[in-house]
Design a binder for this molecule. Structure first.
Ligand code: CP
Length: 360
């Protein structure tokens, strides 16, 4: 049995397989309408969501299954102090698969260690959002006809934007990918992506602050919202919130054949006037998310049927003698959770928390 915490847990072959399944679902929806009959999805959302939760629910319903769950922590026993691990154990009694969103980084991973059913990370704090990446990959494949040899611009909040982190991890494994990272200095990409992915794999990337400058080079522009809810200082958010606005004038600088993605929700970073541009793919992207979540549910349930045993945590090489200082890490709130670290760079003596990937 397998869960999905990070997009890196899926090989490129598996990603391509999920895309192929999603395309087959689009072409032959009737062939899939009973595939999950008598199966239940639990959507455990401790943080707000429109697309991820409802597309997961629509996905399970269109597969003939049913859905239980909650959409805010206040309506669950988390409000009485129940842990993530206990919640996951309880839901293992009631459902066949869990999709969990949580503001604490690493919370779905903790749930996956405790549950006896597959757990899907539906977004954990500013860390990862692997199923958004599945939607992004299908969208790029359908819009551009390929997933390799692309120049991808990522614009906005690259520090807290979890969708950006997962997308870089995924696209770094395809050939001929180049990134242009467009952000204010305060919102640059975090170390676990810069060093563990881009530098380690020698992926070409440049960092710029001007969207206009990058625009003519891009095959894909991935716009993101400045993540107000992740800022400790509200004044810093006020200062940065209008850093980038994509409008019809900027679209004139872009290639004729390119596409604009956004995980949504948007605030003001894409003018609504851009919506009519055929290159604006973000609403199609939201629909693609449903098909990819259908493909993922099918894959994880099939794997759980073939091999119901839980995958144990691989503890070899982990270190216990440090403390995670990231206030957004699940280790800050989960009772008796062991602090565990992995050395990611021996020469530089860098150790990262296994839950949130921040440096010790
Ligand atoms: N893209 C995304 O995660 O949207 P929601 O927050 O609405 O789920």
């Amino acid at each position: 049995m397998r869960s999905l915490n990070s997009i890196l847990e899926l090989s490129v072959e598996e990603l391509d397989g999920l895309i192929a399944t999603a395309k087959d679902i689009i072409a032959h929806p009737e062939a899939y309408q009973d595939k999950c009959a008598h199966k239940k999805l639990a959507t455990l959302f401790f943080e707000p969501s429109t697309r991820t939760r409802l597309s997961f629910e629509a996905a399970m319903l269109e597969l003939g299954g049913s859905v239980i769950g909650f959409s805010e922590a206040s309506s669950s026993s988390a409000s009485k102090g129940e842990s993530v691990a206990d919640t996951a154990k309880i839901l293992s009694c009631y459902a066949d698969i869990i999709a969990m969103r949580h503001p604490k980084e690493g919370a779905p991973f903790v749930a996956s260690l405790a549950a006896s059913i597959p757990v899907i990370n539906a977004g954990d704090g500013g860390h990862n959002h692997p199923t958004q990446t599945l939607a992004d990959l299908l969208t790029i494949s359908r819009e551009m006809g390929r997933l390799d040899n692309l120049t991808i611009g990522l614009c906005g909040d690259l520090k807290y934007g979890r969708t950006v982190h997962s997308l870089i991890e995924a696209m770094s494994r395809y050939s001929g990918i180049r990134f242009i990272l467009i952000s204010p200095a305060e919102l640059k990409i975090p170390g676990f992506i810069r060093y563990n992915v881009l530098e380690r794999k020698h992926i070409p990337y440049t960092e710029v602050s001007s969207l206009d400058e990058a625009m003519p080079q891009l095959d894909v522009l991935y716009m993101t919202r400045i993540q107000r809810e992740r800022f400790d200082d509200p004044w810093e958010y006020e200062r940065l919130k209008d850093s980038y606005v994509l409008d019809t004038e900027k679209m004139k600088l872009a290639k004729e054949r390119m596409c604009v993605l956004h995980p949504l929700p948007r605030v003001n970073e894409i003018s609504v006037k851009v919506d009519d541009d055929p290159r604006a793919a973000y609403f199609r992207q939201a629909l693609n998310g449903k098909y990819m979540r259908m493909a993922l549910i099918l894959k994880l349930l099939e794997e759980a049927k073939q091999n119901p045993a839980k995958q144990p945590l691989e503890v070899e090489g982990l270190e216990y003698d440090r403390v995670c200082r990231n206030p957004k890490c699940i280790t800050q709130t989960e009772q008796e959770l062991p602090q565990l670290f992995r050395c990611t760079d021996k020469a530089a003596d860098i150790h990262r928390c296994i839950y949130c990937e921040q440096r010790a």
